[in-house]
Design a protein around this ligand. Structure first.
Ligand code: SME
Length: 148
């Protein structure tokens, strides 16, 4: 994957004259298309203190409304830090979306020091996520914060 190119494309999407949800959806599409080990990509947005599913690409999920502390998404929001889980079978506090998912990367989106959302990546591979993935998704979340 070419992180620099992907980040530039994300910046281009965010500058477009389209609504916020369309921008987020385009970013999900870009990531699923460009990165082979990203199989489900979606945004959760904080509404009334809960993580509510926003634009995503991939299989529909039953986890559309997650409390802070619940699952990997909820833990990342609660701890205010990136969660990189290379093997979801080893994680007790995990909300399964599909048996195909083997690993997950969740990065909080901060605005004015508060978690306002997350970018969640599921992979069908075990241990696919590197420091480069983490940096790229964190950089994307910083850019996305501007439109939230
Ligand atoms: N696996 C997540 C739930 C969201 S789905 O991956 C789309 C979790 O444990 O929080």
């Amino acid at each position: 994957m070419d992180s620099e190119k992907i980040l530039e494309e994300v910046k281009g999407i965010l500058k477009k004259d389209i609504d916020k949800d369309e921008k987020l959806k385009h970013i999900c599409e870009l990531l699923v298309d460009d990165v082979e080990h990203y199989d489900w990509v979606g945004f959760y947005l904080v509404k009334k203190g809960r993580l509510v599913l926003g634009p995503y690409v991939g299989e529909p999920t039953e986890h559309t409304d997650i409390g802070f502390g619940e699952g990997i998404c909820g833990q990342a929001a609660d701890m205010e830090e990136t969660f990189r889980v290379q093997d979801v079978t080893k994680e007790d506090n995990y909300l399964s979306c599909s048996v195909d998912v083997k690993s997950e990367l969740v990065v909080p989106i901060f605005k004015y020091g508060e978690v306002v959302g997350e970018l969640d990546i599921d992979s069908h591979e075990e241990s696919p996520f590197t420091d480069e993935d983490e940096r790229l998704i964190e950089d994307i979340c910083e850019e996305v914060a501007e439109v939230l």
